[in-house]
Design a protein around this ligand. Structure first.
Ligand SMILES: Nc1ncnc2c1ncn2[C@@H]1O[C@H](COP(=O)(O)OP(=O)(O)OP(=O)(O)O)[C@@H](O)[C@H]1O
Length: 345
């Protein structure tokens, strides 16, 4: 459906995008996730056609689009700033793109009525943007993209100006609408919780490169790179000695099982919730800090010269600092791919 092939972007001598290749299937909701400056906006601008790539090609629905101007690309964009026309009513905002495209009048009416309805805006159709709340304005921006029935919808951090509660409810609404209209969506964010909650697939970017991509569950549970492990939630990077399908941890205890055979020294990403603690009076491991977070409790545990982050359910008895604990690991683990040049970028 969308094929981004070896796109690069140089600003003078500095390279903002190293060759980036991405394929998006029809109907997929894919998120580009990365820290500030990783190249997300640069890639979006190239997709929209307001910036030209230094090299590479982009194909959409079987057609090469990178030489085309923005209006000829069959892509609709939803911005963080909504970008509504302030002097037009909601209905007129929705009709603008259709009028430009000279879509038949009856078809315009039908599409606008449908988009207003599914975005829950019918009652607000005569209002001006200044008479709407932030969340309502964002729904208008979304409806304006939906009426165009584009091959691809692009989202540039569209929820980041809204308060946390509204953001949560609009997240779900947006994914729901994406499915209802059968859209293909590419969503840019630096918010890992948003990416995990919304996406079929996440593309993790850092330093102008795609670090890795996968489903939220795969990337969270089986990250290949330390950068991904660290960017998607809390993690512990633990040096281990791997031998076949087992890895010995740097403290006393059973070796952990691996998902694939490896030999030598490597690092393992251990999620705080995959570590189990039991009180053990003579253990060398010691709880050094305890933070109550409501649904869970975060402990720091000093062991083998490192400080492990461990979370336990808020329903368990709270371990106080100074408690001695035995450490066990839950679940299969796999090792990180080292030679991680993206990590250093
Ligand atoms: N017009 C420009 N001229 C020179 N360098 C630029 C230009 N635009 C972006 N860059 C650089 O390219 C890199 C990627 O920037 P980009 O805006 O794509 O990052 P981003 O991931 O979208 O960040 P943010 O989340 O902060 O918007 C940065 O190092 C940035 O400084």
């Amino acid at each position: 459906m969308l094929d981004i092939q070896n796109i690069t972007k140089d600003y003078g001598p500095s390279r903002a995008l190293h060759p980036v290749s991405v394929s998006v299937d029809k109907g997929e909701f894919i998120t580009i996730l990365g820290p500030s400056g990783c190249g997300k906006s640069t890639l979006l601008r190239i997709l929209m056609g307001i910036s030209r790539p230094s090299s590479g090609e982009i194909h959409l629905a079987g057609k090469r689009i990178d030489p085309l101007p923005p209006e000829a690309r069959d892509i609709a964009m939803v911005f963080q700033s909504y970008a509504l026309f302030p002097h037009m009513s909601v209905e007129k905002n929705l009709g603008f793109g259709l009028r430009m495209k000279r879509v038949d009048k009856a078809e315009q009416k039908r599409r606008i009525a449908h988009a207003l309805e599914i975005c829950n805006l019918t009652a607000l159709s005569a209002r001006m943007p200044r008479q709407l709340s932030g969340g309502q304005q964002q729904r208008v921006a979304l409806a304006r993209a939906i009426v165009m029935q584009p091959s691809l919808m692009l989202f540039d951090e569209p929820l980041s100006n809204l308060d946390a509660k509204l953001r949560d409810s609009l997240r779900a609404e947006l994914v729901d609408l994406h499915r209802k209209v059968g859209a293909t969506s590419l969503y840019v964010t630096h918010d890992q919780a948003e990416a995990m909650a919304m996406s079929d697939r996440i593309l993790v970017m850092n330093g102008g490169r795609v670090v890795e991509s996968g489903s939220p569950v795969d990337l969270y549970r089986r990250p290949k790179h330390a950068f991904t492990a660290g960017f998607l939630g809390l993690t512990n990077l633990v040096p281990v000695r791997a031998h076949g399908l087992q890895a010995a941890l740097p403290w006393d205890g059973d070796p952990v099982l691996l998902t694939e055979e490896r030999n030598g020294i490597a690092r393992m990403a251990l999620r705080p919730e995959a570590i189990r603690l039991e009180k053990a009076h003579h253990s060398p491991a010691e709880v050094t800090s305890t933070t109550f977070l409501g649904s869970n409790v975060l402990h720091l545990v000093k062991v083998a010269g490192m400080e492990l982050k461990v979370t336990r359910s808020g329903t368990e008895p709270i371990l106080e600092p100074g408690a001695r604990v035995a450490i066990a690991i839950d679940g299969l683990q796999h090792l990180l791919v080292e030679s991680d040049s993206v990590e250093a970028a």
